[in-house]
Design a binder for this molecule. Structure first.
Ligand code: PMP
Length: 397
């Protein structure tokens, strides 16, 4: 089987698994225990934290169970904030893009039940969120803005720097608006420097970068103040209680170091591979790239070279996934976190793509282990399989 679903989960690097095993057996003690073994585990934990903060260029690190929890720590902290004295009685609002991952989108919907309202800013037809539109949606009640760095379905790279600048100029002389970015599909894949972007918080995930799943981090700037909701043993600076997953932390930090040191070369390679894929698939009759402009080379810098969204309407995405699997390729219908939901076309529909077309979408995502030969075979398989599937889909429509 050829794995083309790296955005859902990347295969873990064998050397990272070895390091994790070593860490699990050496530092088995609880990092909060006061004895020598506990102190050793704590030293290892703090060394890992410093390494990750150094990769980010500064700030603070809160280790979590993944990007979902990092996003949740940030958003759920608003509940406490809503209760603080100076804010009691005053409404609180968050501004997010309409193309956020379910762990932001659905969490924000859940907050509505607690009196925290939200504004969803739609993207343009290319899946880009305009900084000006974000600016227009800010008001005196806005306490948080969250816009992802790279969209997990289309690969659209968002201009987080401009968005942050717009937010900062709006809030000059007023209360600081927290700017958060979900960087699960950006970190370790394209340059992502939160200090330069001027944001307050960013979420990352271990299993997107060749590390383990079930571990992530929330990066916080030195200025960010965030009062977490969960309470317990006070770990992670009281922001994420619970005994720290030290082997997982060792895994994510080592995977991050590796991905960052290889980033430019790997990104160049990924760009070459995705260009070949786009070029090859362009000749398959019925192809439809989402967004359409993805098929034109000149705007490629606005997209992650690791993610490509396409379809052959009216072949349903699920059918194309099965056809691909029967030929030995593992691809996805959009985000794995939305694949079992009716809302699986939410992102594409927010871009103005009619749902009938959006239902044909599949996501192909690549990583450092993907070879040009594998992509060549995928193109061939699509050339051979699509015409008959297309004829059938049109007949049964
Ligand atoms: N945000 C984005 C953009 C993602 O792609 C994902 C993974 N589907 C997540 C958050 C959730 O990450 P995790 O699996 O680490 O909770």
């Amino acid at each position: 089987m050829i794995y083309l679903d790296w955005a859902a989960s990347a295969p873990p690097e064998p050397e990272i698994l070895d390091l994790m095993r070593d860490c699990a057996s050496r530092f088995y003690a609880n990092p909060s225990s006061p004895h020598a073994a506990g102190r050793d585990a704590r030293d290892e934990l703090e060394r890992s934290r410093e390494t990750l903060a150094r990769i980010f260029g500064g700030g603070r690190i809160v280790f979590t169970s993944g990007a979902t929890e990092s996003n949740g720590v940030c958003l759920l902290s608003l509940l406490r904030r809503q209760r603080t004295r100076e804010e009691r009685g005053k409404p609180i609002r968050v501004v997010i893009s309409a193309i956020e991952h379910a762990s932001i989108h659905e969490q924000v919907q859940a907050l509505a039940g607690f009196g925290i309202s939200s504004t969803l800013v739609p993207p343009d037809a290319d899946g880009m969120v305009s900084a000006d539109k974000i600016g227009e949606s800010l008001d005196a009640d806005t306490v948080l803005v969250s816009v992802m760095a790279v969209n997990n379905e289309t690969g659209a790279i968002q201009d987080v720097k401009r968005i942050t600048d717009v937010v900062r100029s709006f809030s000059r002389g007023r209360r600081r608006i927290l700017v958060h970015s979900d960087a699960a599909q950006a970190f370790g894949k394209i340059p992502f420097r939160p200090m330069e972007l001027g944001i307050d918080a960013a979420s990352i995930s271990g299993h997107k970068i060749g590390g383990p799943r079930g571990v992530g981090a929330l990066w916080l700037s030195d200025d960010a103040s965030l009062e977490p909701l969960a309470a317990g043993g006070g770990q992670e600076g009281r922001k994420r209680p619970g005994t720290e997953n030290l082997p997982g932390i060792c895994g994510i930090v080592n995977a991050a170091e590796k991905r960052i040191s290889d980033l430019e070369e790997a990104r160049g390679e990924a760009q070459k591979k995705i260009d070949v894929l786009i070029e090859g698939l362009q000749h398959v009759p019925g192809i439809c790239f989402f967004p359409e402009t993805r098929g034109t080379r000149k705007i490629q810098p606005s997209f992650s070279p690791h993610i490509l969204c396409l379809g052959f309407p009216p072949i349903p995405g699920e059918v194309l996934v099965r056809i691909a699997e029967s030929r030995g390729f593992l691809i996805a219908t959009g985000s794995a976190c939305a694949s079992r939901k009716k809302s699986r076309t939410r992102i594409l529909e927010a871009m103005g793509i009619p749902s009938a077309r959006a239902f044909s979408a599949v996501r192909i995502s690549i990583g450092p282990g993907t070879t040009a030969g594998e992509l060549g075979s995928f193109i061939m398989a699509m050339r051979e399989e699509v015409p008959a599937a297309l004829a059938l889909a049109k007949k049964t429509r």
